[in-house]
Design a protein around this ligand. Structure first.
Ligand code: ATP
Length: 380
């Protein structure tokens, strides 16, 4: 990808320094120049300037991969969530090299899931971990070190019985608090170096929606386009890094409601409409795997595998305990609810159009999350 830094594209330190003085730092910066400009800024002859452009261009070009190379369905292709039923459905866990989104209403457990995944990433491979660091980008000031340590000690009491191990784990989780869109963008710009320096095996962004929704009022003209451009930039950077380092990137997202019409037919239940992940249609297509967390009743919550290239639509019950997310009982491989199939619909002109993010039908009778106001972002 063109935002790759020049020094990661095989350019000598000395040349990088020389180009940096002219604000040429990334492959994109260099490849935007003419050979003549490269000659002048890098102090090279014509032949060497052209060779430099070719070589940098080669480093940016996506490599061709054969199916044979990709076809290694081993545990190494996945990051185990330590939740056996979820791992089972996802064929091993969260796929490496891709983006997984955890979306859901406030207080449902998205941050708890992120804290749990952070602990898992630091664990030795013998315990199902990645034996790696974590880059945790916190945009909501929701990260709690105390809760993370409590969860680690409760979930893996034997492993974290010694203080040394707890300290070792804590030292591997690198938290970056970024509270504005610009801060997040700046962080993503430096993320490649952060991943290398922290030896990160997972990147977590909790949450992608909060800063964006805070700063962009999408009812104002132009804001929706600016917001979409910003999200596309964030998504492309994260996708590139996930792929480049073959690590999972986990994002949290909020949900948005679409008013429904009519009842479900079940006595005592009122059909309140649809709940979908926020940030709109384009964003919805960006993530590779989408897990939706939602309230099932006053005690139970559910994880829904709403989108996955390898797993069928399924629902698992969970509770949040001292040790983090705990699954309960059997899980259902549910057929999609009526009206939520991934069908292509037609506009009035007869043109085929994408129906947008696939909704999950919720019932207010069980779904008290909807009694809490959820602002619509008008962006589907
Ligand atoms: N030590 C604990 N023991 C049991 N449950 C806990 C504990 N700590 C937090 N929880 C549960 O986790 C919930 C908060 O979850 P979390 O912070 O992950 O929400 P969230 O989905 O990230 O919400 P938001 O979108 O508002 O940030 C609490 O409401 C509580 O039910």
């Amino acid at each position: 990808m063109a935002s790759k830094k020049l020094r990661r594209a095989g350019v000598s330190q000395e040349l990088c320094e020389r180009l940096r003085r002219h604000h040429v730092e990334s492959c994109k910066d260099l490849l935007s120049l003419t050979p003549l400009e490269v000659m002048r800024l890098a102090g090279l002859g014509h032949r060497r300037a052209v060779a430099l452009l070719r070589s940098v261009s080669g480093h940016c070009a996506p490599p061709v991969t054969t199916l044979l190379e990709l076809w290694k369905p081993t545990a190494e292709s996945f990051f185990s969530t330590s939740l056996p039923a979820l791992d089972d459905l996802l064929r091993g866990g969260l796929p490496l090299g891709t983006i997984t989104e955890v979306a859901g209403p406030s207080g449902c457990g998205k941050t708890q899931m992120c804290l749990m995944l952070s602990i898992l990433a630091t664990l030795p491979r013998s315990l199902g971990g990645l034996d790696a660091g974590v880059v945790y980008i916190d945009t909501e000031s929701a990260f709690s070190a105390e809760r993370l340590v409590e969860m680690a000690q409760a979930r893996f009491p034997q492993h974290f019985s010694s203080r040394e191990r707890v300290l070792q784990m804590a030292g591997r989780v690198h938290v970056f608090r970024e509270l504005t869109c610009q801060d997040v963008l700046n962080r993503l710009d430096r993320l490649e170096e952060d991943i290398i320096s922290t030896k990160a095996g997972v990147v977590i962004l909790d949450s992608v929606a909060s800063v964006v929704r805070k700063e962009f009022d999408t009812t104002l003209p132009g804001n929706l386009t600016t917001r979409s451009n910003l999200l596309s930039l964030e998504a492309s950077t994260l996708k590139y890094l996930a792929h480049q380092f073959n690590i999972p990137v986990v994002l949290t997202n909020q949900i948005t409601t679409h008013p429904g019409g009519g009842g479900s037919g079940v006595p005592g239940e009122v059909d309140s409409g649809f709940v979908t992940a926020a940030l709109g249609n384009t964003w919805s297509h960006t993530v590779n795997t989408r897990l939706i967390v939602q309230y099932a009743d006053a005690h139970q919550r559910q994880i829904v595998i709403a989108k996955s290239p390898v797993a069928a639509y399924a629902v698992l019950n969970y509770t949040i305990q001292k040790e983090g997310i705990c699954l309960g009982g059997e899980y259902d491989r549910l057929p999609r609810a009526k009206g939520t199939t991934k069908a292509t619909t037609r506009s009035q002109s007869g043109e085929a159009r994408d129906p947008g993010p696939q909704p999950i039908r919720v019932r207010t009778g069980f779904n008290y999350n909807l009694s809490k106001p959820v602002e619509a972002d008008g962006d589907s």
